[in-house]
Design a protein around this ligand. Structure first.
Ligand SMILES: C[S@@+](CC[C@H](N)C(=O)[O-])C[C@H]1O[C@@H](n2cnc3c(N)ncnc32)[C@H](O)[C@@H]1O
Length: 286
């Protein structure tokens, strides 16, 4: 069977089984397996080898079990990075790229050189993208999960010219970050923000494969924002900014939580679909 025929047959099996984005799943898995560009699959007329067919079949059967494409591959693309994954980290989302963009804008308004903290770094997506795209910044990344930090450190080695450009900290919110007290110019975070009761209704790709620690935001999804905004003020320099990813419809409430914690609201930025995705706040007193 040619690559083109194999991906079409796989796409129709996935479609019949009700798997979302069947064509994209089938094509991305095969193109990554073959090291080919997705758009070139249709021109590849040579038959797949026996090993390739076997490996592709194994991938498709995992996708039929609703395992996400990135977990089957073991990596995800995020801005300029290819990030290794493990079961302990969230798959970095396209939505979060717009949060990185908001952070980069704030960095540029501060002439590019500042001390940045990515709190709840997971795979390292936000911290590593900032270190990669704004080399003058001093970047710190923290997570409560030691397993996630191991993956993030590995991703720094795989993606940055000098992995020591990012300092990693095991910390439960601020507990463990005392060394940064009063020194952070920009705090960025994509905290867990799904309401606990909504977890069971998430798509199987998320519910069964992303770690609960990365998703569960408590009864109304806002627990981590309340704790984070109340506790991290001591880390921020006067005039420092906070850029937070928020879930659909959470921007207004998170801005209010920030104001109650004594911060000034700067605004909210939409993602590519027009949904408000990044909330920006500032510590008073610059
Ligand atoms: C939604 S994931 C975001 C991961 C990554 N920053 C991204 O955008 O792809 C939230 C992350 O916060 C971490 N986390 C949860 N509770 C935390 C806490 N109390 N202190 C620090 N990190 C925490 C989780 O382990 C997880 O890696």
């Amino acid at each position: 069977m040619t690559a083109h025929d194999a991906s079409r047959a796989a796409a129709s099996r996935l479609r019949e089984a009700g798997v979302p984005e069947p064509t994209a799943s089938a094509e991305v898995l095969l193109s990554e397996l073959l090291g080919a560009r997705r758009g070139d699959l249709r021109f590849r007329r040579e038959p797949l080898s026996r090993e390739q067919s076997k490996a592709y079949e194994a991938m498709i059967s995992r996708r039929l079990d609703r395992e996400p494409v990135q977990r089957i591959l073991g990596y995800a693309y995020f801005r300029n990075l290819r990030l290794s994954l493990g079961e302990e980290v969230l798959i970095p989302r396209a939505d979060t790229e717009s949060v990185v963009e908001a952070a980069l804008e704030r960095i540029d308004l501060r002439d590019g050189a500042c001390r940045v903290l990515d709190l709840g770094t997971g795979s390292g997506a936000i911290a590593l993208a900032i270190a990669d795209e704004r080399p003058a910044c001093e970047v710190h990344a923290s997570d409560v999960s030691e397993a996630a930090l191991r993956i993030a450190r590995r991703n720094a080695e795989l993606n940055l010219d000098r992995s020591e450009r990012v300092a990693f900290h095991r910390a439960d919110l601020v507990s463990g970050l005392e060394a940064l007290a009063g020194d952070v110019d920009l705090l960025v975070s994509n905290p867990p923000y799904v309401a606990s009761a909504a977890l069971a209704g998430l798509a199987p790709e998320v519910r069964d494969w992303d770690p609960p620690l990365a998703l569960d935001g408590g009864p109304d999804g806002l627990d981590l924002y309340r704790r984070l905004l109340a506790e991290t003020a001591c880390l921020l320099k006067p005039g420092a900014e906070v850029v937070l990813e928020v879930g659909d419809g959470q921007a207004k409430e998170v801005l209010c939580i920030g104001e109650s914690a004594g911060l000034r609201r700067v605004g909210a930025r939409p993602d590519l679909t027009g949904t408000l995705r990044a909330v920006i706040l500032e510590k008073k007193g610059s």
